[in-house]
Design a protein around this ligand. Structure first.
Ligand code: ZN
Length: 455
């Protein structure tokens, strides 16, 4: 059954490619509207090739990851998993792998069809019948794309929640909650996205030459605003956050915080258990707003000492200035991206490559989004490397200032309960893991001990 599906998809893909290759060339040659045919055609093929290459790269990495699967419990994991739990974690990995392969193949095919049959341009043209206002057209254009994207992805996320997560005892969501969440996310995307997109398009129409610089200020301001208020504005729409009431735990956390000169304003508990059994904690901070949020699932999984160790790690991120560092990294990345976008906007061929008869902003953005892929992969990689380095530093902070053994046992418990894959393929890990695996983190923690003993 599975093989048949893959085979069918493969055949479909081939048909699309061969027919497209010929139809793309014919249409371009017959089209008198293109000024620089050669460049337009090159950009069109670059877009296709980049899209396909990125897909092949991500599928190859996922496939490499499967090579590390084993039926026996590997010796190095014997302290973390027992036999049953390990085989359950392998089952979980395999199920997720199959699911993501099928869904990404579907998305891939949809996108290739759209690119080849100029549906972006058709959509733009259709909208042009109703209005010629560039801001409205851009808004409608992305609304419709987001609408179809949501329609296609909803069944997948439904399956992932109610079949996969359910099978492994992670899911706690009811169907009603799932649909309410989906509606809320769509409304949020429309409401927030609407303003940002309208603003950016408006800036584009009035400040042609410094478009990228103004846009950079807008998105930077918006991101900083979100960093500060996400926890108090967006999270309450989905979850309830209540101040931590357990006095003993609260005292221990506060005692630790003051021992490292950290003024803590708020400790909240979020009712995550209504959605999932997976556990986590996060720390949001900007300016005077310092807030630590613990998942109620984390509190039920860990002992008080282990919880403080996890918080020590989070405070370590703050003390080592990782939040600011990540923000600066993101700002540089956006700056470069917008600058390149602005350069691309000077070439009408970029939007013409997606069959648009005239340069237009909405189609331009889509074409640019794909052409930008290689740079975004590089930034993604750099981001992962930076983030893994920061994890080691935060662990070290927790080790030096609290009980190292407690951090280790917390990490082990969390990855066991979340059925984490602890032996990813090195290439997969290099590209995608924002956190080092628990084995590596424990090794790093132990090496701090040996360094200490030696000195
Ligand atoms: Zn961390």
């Amino acid at each position: 059954m599975k093989k048949t599906i893959y085979l069918l998809l493969f055949i479909l893909l081939n048909i699309i490619f061969y027919s497209a290759n010929s139809c793309a060339c014919i249409s371009f040659e017959n089209a008198s509207w293109i000024d620089s045919l050669e460049l337009t055609r090159n950009i069109f093929f670059s877009i296709l090739i980049l899209y396909v290459s990125e897909f092949i790269l991500s599928k190859t990495l996922s496939f490499l990851n499967t090579l590390n699967w084993s039926n026996e419990l590997p010796e190095e994991l014997s302290k973390i998993y027992d036999k049953d739990k390990y085989s359950k974690s392998m089952d979980y990995e395999k199920t997720k792998y199959k699911f993501s392969t099928i869904s990404s193949l579907l998305w891939f095919n949809v996108m290739v069809l759209i690119l080849l049959f100029s549906w972006f341009w058709e959509l733009y043209n259709y909208l042009h019948n109703f209005t010629s206002n560039i801001i409205l057209i851009t808004l409608y254009f992305f609304w419709i794309i987001t609408f179809f994207q949501t329609i296609i992805s909803l069944p997948f996320s439904y399956y992932s929640t109610f079949v996969i997560e359910e099978k492994f005892w992670f899911n706690k969501m009811t169907k009603k909650m799932f649909f309410m969440d989906s509606i809320k996310s769509i409304l949020l995307t429309v409401l927030i996205g609407w303003w940002i997109l309208a603003l950016i398009t408006w800036i584009y129409t009035i400040t042609w030459n410094s478009f990228w610089l103004y846009t950079w200020w807008v998105v930077t301001f918006f991101s900083v605003f979100m960093m500060m208020f996400y926890s108090s504005l967006i999270v309450p729409l989905f979850n309830k956050q209540t101040p931590l009431k357990e006095w003993k735990l609260r005292d221990e956390i506060e005692a630790f915080a003051s021992s490292v000169w950290f003024t803590l304003d708020n400790i909240y508990v979020i009712d995550w258990s209504k959605r999932s059994t997976k556990a986590n904690a996060y720390f949001s901070w900007f300016g005077p707003k310092k807030r630590i949020v613990l998942y109620d699932t984390l509190i039920s999984d860990l002992t008080n000492n282990e919880l403080v160790a996890v918080l020590a790690h989070e405070i370590g991120h703050y003390k080592r200035k990782h939040t600011i560092q990540m923000l600066v990294f993101w700002m540089i990345q956006t700056w470069i991206m917008l600058f390149i976008l602005w350069l691309a906007l000077r070439f009408p061929e970029v939007s013409k490559a997606l069959w648009a008869f005239e340069g237009n902003f909405a189609v331009w953005l889509v074409a640019f989004g794909i052409l930008y892929t290689p740079i975004s992969i590089i930034f993604g990689l750099l981001g992962s490397i930076l983030s893994r380095k920061n994890e080691y530093q935060a662990d070290e902070f927790a080790w030096l200032n609290y009980k190292p053994e407690k951090l280790k046992s917390a990490l082990i418990k969390l990855s066991r309960n979340n059925l984490s894959n602890l032996r990813p393929h090195p290439a997969y890990e290099f590209f995608y893991y924002s956190h080092p695996t628990v084995l590596k983190r424990i090794k790093a923690l132990d090496s701090i001990k040996t360094k200490k003993v030696k000195s």
